[in-house]
Write a protein that binds this ligand. Structure first.
Ligand SMILES: Cc1cc2nc3c(=O)[nH]c(=O)nc-3n(C[C@H](O)[C@H](O)[C@H](O)COP(=O)(O)O)c2cc1C
Length: 169
């Protein structure tokens, strides 16, 4: 079984998850690389595709690439700023899974919280005092909770997820 891990990571969160996935994958026939829009489709049987969430989804280039992954088993993983919101994670993943061709199979998806750039907290703070403070305080709390993510537990959950996916293959 050949595995390929491909990922987009702007600030390193998704890269941490990608590296853990790569570490847990068995055997020597495995490869890990950053996504590049011009990259060729490899001969891996199972492709692990990772992304950072940007405005509710991943990049269009990655969606295009996914739509060209024929006759593969595909696993999606990602990180996003929003924490513990299963329905939000599901909505994002469902939209991305829809790009996988019918002759491929999505084995599963994994999403985890990742820290965000300080500019996002500063933006929330600058908006305080305009009648929306309750929601903004919740966003600031979420920002602060994300500061150390992905953490040790997230990497443990990643490893458990990989093993669950391997059982499906
Ligand atoms: C411009 C921008 C847009 C973002 N949009 C979202 C979003 O829509 N939803 C979300 O939950 N997190 C969002 N985030 C947070 C990132 O998804 C999160 O920090 C992610 O872990 C970054 O992954 P990376 O370190 O691999 O780049 C955004 C961050 C930036 C900088």
């Amino acid at each position: 079984m050949k595995y390929q891990v491909i990922y987009i990571s702007k600030t390193g969160n998704t890269e941490k998850i990608a590296k853990k996935i790569f570490e847990v994958l068995p055997g020597m026939e495995k490869d890990i690389m950053r996504f590049d829009p011009g990259m060729e489709i490899g001969d891996a049987d199972v492709v692990w595709v990772g992304f950072c969430v940007n405005r509710g989804t991943c990049s269009m280039d990655l969606l295009d690439y996914l739509s060209e992954l024929h006759e593969k088993k595909i696993v999606l993983f990602g990180t996003c700023g929003m924490g513990s919101d299963a329905s939000y994670y599901k909505r994002i993943m469902d939209e991305i899974v829809a790009w996988i061709p019918d002759d491929s199979e999505c084995l599963g998806t994994f999403m985890c919280q990742g820290k965000m750039p300080m500019s996002i907290r500063e933006k929330y703070e600058s908006m305080l005092g305009n009648g929306n403070d309750g929601q903004l305080q919740a966003l600031i709390r979420n920002f602060d909770e994300a500061l150390l993510r992905p953490d040790k537990d997230d990497l443990k959950h990643t490893a458990e997820f990989v093993n669950r996916m391997l059982e499906k293959i």
